[in-house]
Ligand binder design. Structure first.
Ligand code: PMP
Length: 360
């Protein structure tokens, strides 16, 4: 720390992202990326956009936001326009904007005790208090616990790191139970078998839905996410965006996003394959004695009754398979494993079998 750092950041503990080794040495199952390359033409579109890098990117993301609004209208049955969406540098950015815009001392952030690790960091970064509501014994969110929460709610659905999803009716119970507070539903993993709450936007004005191109849409490295809500809430978020970085999306990423939306069938096919691979992996793990949460995401959350989670992580890494371990209360016995290709999962299962035999 330098002697010049503002005192307000003195105690800030930054978010720690999963390891991104720069060699190809590992089977990488630690950051929930897609094993599939970006959709056809996406890279060519980005390269074409790179020809005009002397110009700033479009601060309104017109082409992409119109395409996205059309796509979201099709899947929700609502009439959404580009004024209902904000496009951001990964969904992390729109989440941070939401903490900036909608949380304060009077409106603390409220979220589960086990969830996306960036929420408490965003709260600390923005100097707003937060309250954590415990998951139940089976690591599920109990919607009734969120009634009259008296704060801005952040609900990841499916939840990180458990993968457990709430039904749309359960999400609705939370939204209806907090009519004077905003509910942010983070749907980063929704495409792998959960129900999106998008149609609820037609019924409630206190809902902001956040999604990403990083997982199901194979664009983690491009950094592209978005929020969908009422025009008023999107306008508030744009006030924050335009006061920090109006050119938050670079031209190449914008073009790549258009390419992805023109290839919806490719995204859908990849998600179906991940679900098949998840079911296969779950069966094999159960046969090996592992206990799993009921995941609707592109990862599983597993623990072994006899073998320590941290030791499994270390031994797997030593043998070239990267998974994610969180040394935190209630999670230390677990490991989170991204669902990759069938070939990756077979290597993971084989190495894991050896590790368990050795550590038991
Ligand atoms: N929400 C959740 C629940 C996540 O796990 C992640 C990925 N780390 C994000 C949001 C952010 O993803 P991105 O910024 O790549 O869109």
């Amino acid at each position: 720390m330098s002697r010049f750092l503002s005192s307000k950041y003195k105690d800030l503990e930054p978010y720690v992202p999963g390891e991104q080794p720069q060699d190809q040495k590992y089977i990488k199952l630690n950051t929930n990326e897609s094993p599939f390359p970006p959709a056809p033409d996406t890279v060519a579109k980005a390269a074409e956009a790179a020809q005009r890098l002397q110009l700033y990117s479009d601060p309104d993301c017109r082409v992409l936001s119109e395409k996205l609004a059309k796509h979201l209208s099709d899947v929700s049955g609502l009439d959404l326009t580009r004024e209902n969406v904000i496009i951001t540098n990964g969904s992390d950015e729109v989440l941070n904007f939401a903490f900036m815009a909608f949380c304060s001392n009077e409106k603390p952030a409220v979220f589960p005790d086990i969830t996306y690790g960036f929420y408490p960091v965003f709260a600390d970064m923005n100097g707003v208090p937060y309250r954590e509501i415990p998951l139940d014994e089976s690591l599920k969110i109990v919607p009734a616990d969120y009634t009259c929460a008296k704060g801005t709610l952040f609900i990841a659905n499916p939840n990180a790191h458990t993968g457990v999803a709430l039904s749309r009716d359960e999400v609705e119970e939370i939204i209806a139970g907090n009519p004077d507070d905003l509910v942010v539903v983070d749907e980063a993993y929704v495409d792998f078998g959960a129900e999106s709450s998008l149609p609820l936007l037609g019924k409630y004005d206190n809902l902001l839905i956040v999604q990403t191109f990083s997982k199901s849409r194979s664009l983690a490295g491009a950094r592209l996410g978005f929020g969908v809500s009422s025009k008023e809430i999107i306008s508030d978020l744009n006030t924050i965006r335009n006061s920090t970085n109006p050119y938050n999306i670079n031209s190449m990423t914008m073009a790549a996003g258009v390419g992805v939306l023109e290839n919806e069938a490719y995204t859908k096919k990849n998600c179906e394959q991940i679900i098949v691979n998840r079911r296969y992996t779950e069966e094999q793990l159960k046969a090996m004695g592992f206990e799993l949460t009921d995941s609707s995401a592109n990862f599983i959350f597993m623990k072994h009754p006899e073998v320590d989670g941290g030791s499994i992580y270390e031994e797997m890494k030593r043998r070239g398979v990267l998974i994610r371990h969180f040394n935190k209360p209630r999670m230390a016995q677990y490991n989170r494993v991204t669902i990759g290709s069938r070939e990756q999962m077979d290597i993971f299962l084989k190495v894991l079998g050896e590790v368990i035999e050795e550590l038991k």
